[in-house]
Ligand binder design. Structure first.
Ligand code: NOJ
Length: 540
């Protein structure tokens, strides 16, 4: 097992920022890079007064018509004016580095926007030199797409282009045609874009839909299976997770490794954790961090979380490193998901203690540290095409993308103009300003956890050992690294629980490092410990 704290991406806390929703500096109602620059002290000012995240992952900021919020890139070499300029980006990168922080960009290699000039050329005629840069095919019969593949967002994955009477393939929205990774020139164009930002000095990438790069060359139909949505009626054996996509991550890894200290984390969009593990390669030759959706989708249960973590620990190759997240721009914010039948903030504190003490890199989503809920968005305010397509079925993603709640003042201090998505009404009480100086706030809890983590080698890099014999509703584990050790007790239920305290490796008694109930510093009595309802307790 590899337990070293370097390289940086193993010991970092990564903070995900949707720039458009973070802070608006130019009063157009839309968040921008300068707004983020102005907020860096909040993320990390080098003292325990700030959140203390080590790295920032930016949702896409490249030029885009913004149909899918930047996941539809129309120029890989420029910053979209909504977010600012290349000069703003350079300043942000330099400022992050000056603070010892890392900056990770989102990179969309699977598809471009339909507005990308490459696609305009490709679409212009059947014999255009870029025709094969995208996936064009004749229909099976007049009016019938080439095969039965479905788009993730639903419906056929093919669009008929009437002028040329051929169909193009899109795994996601029709406005996001898939690049043909089998075409050497198209692939090279993507690799050049990939190198461009590394040459600029970005510290790494979050790779969008990385297991979707390749499709079956013969376009074979997927086998059927049962599911709720149309997309789930198929076993995706021919349209995603092909071995060629794993091979592509290995190629990308070789490029990344030719620069110093860079990393790639990848969105492996799959319902089988086994598949996410494949993209970790042998731990050194594919993704540095492979997203593990299974953990994020786990419901509020000590037993289920333990099972999910144990499964990943078992699946990952020895040299690979786990990473965990609960929330992101596609998911319902976890404070809202976990709240059912319990105290939302108390559970959010337990969840934070878990994600910041497990073996692996934690990825936090902006606003989770203050407990921003998932917002209910009225139909008339919706902007997400997924939400609009499915309305009134609430699968849209706008609710997790609302503006950061900085204060109780107008528009939550996000902007002086009307925000592009409504601010959640909770901002009056749930905001940074209110929690900043309140020692028992969720924000203070996140700060304490992040700082304690940094100072405890076992929490950064120690091995993970789940503790058996816990009462139902308690997830407990130890972390150990040479002389440093930690024990974590998480009570998922709102009743007191008695737990057995393991003896401290190396002798001596456990000292409370952090607790949701009461101050740290106390020594734990050997033997039994009584956990309070919804208590998280970390000892060292
Ligand atoms: C996954 C991204 O997280 C999501 O927001 C986006 O819509 C799709 N990929 C398509 O790029």
């Amino acid at each position: 097992m590899d337990n070293s704290t370097s390289p940086w991406w193993k010991s970092s806390v990564i903070y995900q920022v949707s720039v458009g929703s973070f802070r608006d500096s130019n009063s157009d109602g839309f968040g921008d890079l300068r707004g983020l620059l102005e907020s860096l002290d909040y993320i990390n000012d080098g003292t325990p007064r700030s959140l203390g995240a080590d790295a920032i992952w930016l949702n896409p900021v490249m030029k885009t018509p913004f149909v899918d919020f930047g996941y539809d890139v129309s120029d890989y070499y420029s910053i979209d004016p909504r977010f600012g300029t290349m000069a703003d980006f350079d300043e942000l990168l330099a400022e992050c580095h000056r603070r010892g922080m890392k900056l990770i960009m989102d990179m969309v290699l699977n598809h471009t926007s339909q507005d990308h000039p490459w696609f305009a050329e490709s679409r212009s005629s059947r014999d255009n030199p870029k025709r094969d840069w995208y996936i064009w095919r004749d229909g099976r019969a007049p009016g019938k797409p080439p095969n039965k593949w479905k788009a993730v967002v639903e419906g056929s994955a093919w669009v008929l282009d009437e002028p040329s009477m051929q169909w193009y393939y899109h795994a996601f929205l029709p406005e996001q045609p898939d690049i043909n990774w089998r075409n050497t020139e198209a692939r090279q164009a993507m690799l050049d874009a990939f190198k461009f930002w590394l040459d600029k000095g970005v510290d790494g990438y979050r790779l969008d839909l990385i297991n979707y790069l390749y499709e079956d060359e013969q376009l074979r139909d997927n086998p059927h299976k049962l599911g709720v949505r149309m997309y789930e009626w198929q076993k995706h054996v021919y349209d995603r997770s092909l071995p060629e996509s794993v091979a592509a991550t290995k190629l990308l890894r070789r490029i990344t490794d030719s620069y110093s200290e860079r990393m790639m984390m990848g969105e492996v969009y799959t319902d089988t954790p086994e598949e996410a593990a494949k993209y970790a390669g042998d731990g050194e030759n594919a993704l540095h961090l492979s997203f593990y959706l299974d953990f994020a989708m786990t419901s509020w249960s000590a037993e289920k979380f333990r099972a999910s973590v144990d499964h990943l620990e078992h699946l990952l190759p020895e040299k690979a490193w786990p990473c965990y997240y609960f929330s992101n721009h596609d998911l319902v914010r976890h404070i809202t998901r976990f709240a059912r039948g319990g105290d939302a903030v108390a559970r959010a504190k337990v969840a934070a203690a878990m994600i910041l003490t497990l073996r692996g890199t934690p990825i936090l989503y902006y606003g989770e540290e203050i407990g921003m809920p998932n917002s209910r968005i009225k139909r008339s305010d919706m902007v997400d095409p997924v939400g609009l397509k499915w309305w009134p079925i609430p699968v849209g993603r706008d609710g997790s993308r609302t503006p950061m709640q900085w204060s109780a003042s107008g528009n939550a201090g996000f902007s002086s103009a009307r925000p592009w998505l409504p601010v959640d009404p909770s901002y009056v009480t749930v905001n940074v300003e209110r929690q900043e100086h309140e020692p028992r706030s969720l924000l203070s809890w996140y700060r304490s956890l992040i700082h304690a983590r940094r100072e405890t080698p076992a929490l950064l890099a120690g091995n993970y050992r789940p503790l058996d014999g816990m009462p139902g509703g308690v997830f407990a584990y130890t972390r150990e690294l040479e002389e440093s050790c930690a024990a974590v007790f998480l009570n998922f239920v709102s009743r007191p629980q008695s737990v057995k305290v393991p003896s401290r490796p190396g002798g001596g008694s456990w000292k409370v490092l952090l607790s949701t109930h009461g101050p740290g510093g106390d020594e734990l009595e050997p033997g039994k410990l009584r956990l309070q309802p919804d208590q998280a307790l970390i000892c060292a």
